[in-house]
Design a protein around this ligand. Structure first.
Ligand SMILES: [Zn+2]
Ligand SMILES: [Zn+2]
Length: 271
């Protein structure tokens, strides 16, 4: 399943044979060399689709909004459950640790797919201006998740997903992975973006809860008090410029880059 036969239909949905289509561009060889195994979408989502009514309903409504073919990959080298991205300008991809997504990861798959819906709707992603200089940094992903996770998580609520359990789980993982004394710049940046994300998420789920009452944010305040002022300043920008459509979101993101003095390192692009 993980190898594409040269005479098989190309996964890009062109209708042509793989050997006459994407095989020539070499992207598949590249991914296989990275330890990424390609799976057909129907195979990757088969368990979810057949055994999870919530996901099936979500998929029926949301899949058609995604404007490019999605390539599904799995790898055993991933530092989160799943991730998404784009390849050249032609494909989106979702990569996961499982070839076939189990029902226990339904919300994670819905989350990644909804990221691609947002991209298809014209929400721009932050990327490095010079990819080569920043190949080890994940700050672009941190910024994108800070802004887009709360927007799409809020949409998942309407499909019946339980966000509070999901967020509690991801908080526990983050606190464990970051630890209480990581003082390198990248970790500090991560904590700052997670703090902002958590406040925005909680505003969507429990509008009456105050940021300082959120368990994760109490943890940040105790172990990383230095990130609070910046996080608050970012939230002020978001409240001022909004996140309710692609245009507002672009303005907010640009202002955040300026606020953090990193506007020369990043650009916004349509994915
Ligand atoms: Zn192709
Ligand atoms: Zn996300």
């Amino acid at each position: 399943m993980s190898k594409i036969g040269r005479n098989n239909t190309c996964p890009c949905m062109s209708g042509g044979k793989y050997k006459n289509c994407c095989d020539k561009t070499g992207i598949w060889a590249h991914f296989q060399s990275q330890g990424w195994n390609y799976y057909d979408e129907s195979f990757a989502l088969q368990i979810l689709y057949s055994s999870d009514a919530k996901f099936r309903n979500f998929y029926h409504k949301e899949r058609q909004k995604i404007s490019k073919p999605i390539l599904f990959f799995s790898t055993n080298r991933l530092n989160s459950k799943m991730s998404y991205g784009n390849i050249d300008d032609d494909y989106y991809f979702i990569i996961s640790t499982h070839p076939q997504i189990p029902v226990s990861e339904s919300i994670h798959m819905a989350h990644e797919l909804e990221h691609l819906v947002l991209c298809s709707e014209g929400y721009k992603l932050v990327s490095f201006k010079d990819q080569s200089l920043n190949s080890n940094s994940r700050k672009n992903k941190m910024l994108n998740d800070m802004i887009y996770d709360p927007i799409l998580n809020n949409r998942l609520i309407s499909f019946g997903y339980d966000l509070s359990a999901y967020l509690d789980e991801s908080d526990r993982i983050q606190m464990r992975t970051i630890g209480t004394d990581a003082k390198d710049e990248e970790s500090i940046f991560l904590v700052m973006t997670l703090y902002v994300k958590r406040v925005l998420d909680f505003r969507n789920i429990y509008s009456n809860i105050l940021p300082e009452e959120i368990e994760f944010n109490k943890w940040v305040k105790y172990h990383y008090p230095e990130v609070i002022p910046k996080s608050m300043a970012i939230l002020d920008v978001i409240y001022k410029f909004g996140l309710s459509n692609p245009t507002e979101t672009e303005v907010s993101l640009k202002e955040i880059l300026k606020l953090l003095n990193i506007e020369d390192q990043f650009e916004l692009f349509i994915s």
